[in-house]
Ligand binder design. Structure first.
Ligand SMILES: Nc1ncnc2c1ncn2[C@@H]1O[C@H](COP(=O)(O)OP(=O)(O)OP(=O)(O)O)[C@@H](O)[C@H]1O
Ligand SMILES: [Mg+2]
Length: 252
C-alpha cells in the first residue's frame, strides 16, 4: 500500500521551544486516521507544520506527500497539491466577504490545475448546492469571514470550505469541538462524502463520539510531541473509558 502522506522523524519548534519530537506517521491513500492526545501535546502544531504556517520551524525529519517533498513546498503549493487544513480556531476576517474568500481559495486551486476559474454566479450556484447538501444556511456566504459566527458556525464554515475545495488530504483540527449533535453529523458527513481511494484525512479530536460517525482506519495517540500508541478504532473507545494515564505510563 502506498502512503499518501508519510511523516518520518519530524521535529519542529516554536521559537526555541521544541514541540514535535520525532513524529512517525504514515497515512495510506483512502484512509482516515484519527489523532487523539492530551492538551498541549502538539496536535495543532503538527497540523500547522503540515500546512506550512510561518513561526513553526522544522528542525528535522521528512514529510512526503504523494511522493513529493512537502516541506520544500510553499503553503500555496501544498494547497494546490490538495492539502487542506481546518483550523482549531478559525480566523475572523473583518471586511472580507465569505463568498469572495471561498471563491478566491477555490479559483487559486483551479488555476494551479489549469482549470477555468468560476465567476461569482457559477460559484454561488456551486456553493449553494454544497450548502444544501450539508444542511447549512446560505446566509453565511453573505457575511464577513467568520465575523460574529458562533463557534459551531465557524466549524461548519470550515467544512463548507473543505466541501468546495475537495482536497486530497484533509487535516481537521478539532472540527467537532463545540458542535451540537446535528452539526457533528454534518462534519462527519462532510468527510464521509469525500471518502474514496484518492482521499485521506487526519482528524484531530478529543471525543470518541465523532469517531462513531466517522469511523477511522487507525487511531494514534500524540503525547509530548510523539506518537506513543497506534491502534484501531477500539483504541479511541479504550481511551474514552480509561483516560490517557495507562497509555502515558506505558510509553514513559
Ligand atoms: N506561539 C507559541 N509560543 C509558545 N508556545 C507555543 C506556541 N504555540 C504553541 N505552543 C506550545 O506548544 C505546545 C503544543 O501546542 P499545540 O497547540 O500543538 O497542542 P495541542 O495538542 O493541539 O493541544 P489541544 O488539545 O489543547 O488543542 C503547547 O505547550 C503550547 O503551549
Ligand atoms: Mg490543538
Amino acid at each position: 500500500m502506498t502512503a499518501m502522506l508519510d511523516i518520518s522523524g519530524l521535529t519542529a519548534s516554536i521559537g526555541d521551544k521544541p514541540i514535535l519530537k520525532g513524529i512517525d506517521l504514515s497515512v495510506p491513500a483512502g484512509e482516515i486516521h484519527a489523532i487523539m492526545g492530551p492538551n498541549g501535546s502538539g496536535k495543532s502544531t503538527l497540523g500547522y507544520v503540515l500546512a506550512g504556517r510561518e513561526d513553526y520551524e522544522v528542525t528535522g525529519g521528512t514529510v512526503t506527500f504523494e511522493g513529493q517533498d512537502m516541506l520544500a513546498m510553499a503553503p500555496e503549493a501544498r494547497a494546490a497539491a490538495g492539502l487542506f487544513l481546518a483550523f482549531q480556531a478559525p480566523i475572523e476576517l473583518p471586511g472580507v466577504n465569505n463568498a469572495n474568500f471561498l471563491r478566491t481559495a477555490l479559483n487559486a486551486i483551479r488555476r494551479a490545475h489549469g482549470e477555468d476559474e468560476l465567476d461569482a454566479v457559477q460559484f454561488l450556484k456551486f456553493a449553494r448546492a454544497e450548502m444544501k447538501r450539508l444542511s447549512m444556511d446560505g446566509e453565511m456566504l453573505k457575511r464577513n469571514v467568520n465575523v460574529g459566527f458562533s463557534g459551531g458556525e465557524k466549524k461548519r464554515n470550515e467544512v463548507l470550505q473543505m466541501a468546495l475545495l475537495r482536497p486530497r488530504f484533509a487535516v481537521l483540527d478539532e472540527t467537532d469541538s463545540g458542535l451540537d449533535i446535528d452539526a457533528l453529523r454534518i462534519v462527519a458527513e462532510g468527510v464521509n462524502a469525500l471518502r474514496g481511494p484518492n482521499f485521506s484525512a487526519l482528524v484531530v479530536t478529543h471525543h470518541q463520539r465523532l469517531l462513531d460517525h466517522l469511523v477511522p482506519h487507525r487511531v494514534h495517540v500524540l503525547a509530548q510531541g510523539r506518537i506513543i500508541r497506534s491502534g484501531g478504532p477500539e483504541l479511541a473507545k479504550e481511551l474514552e473509558k480509561n483516560g490517557y494515564s495507562a497509555v502515558l505510563a506505558e510509553a514513559a
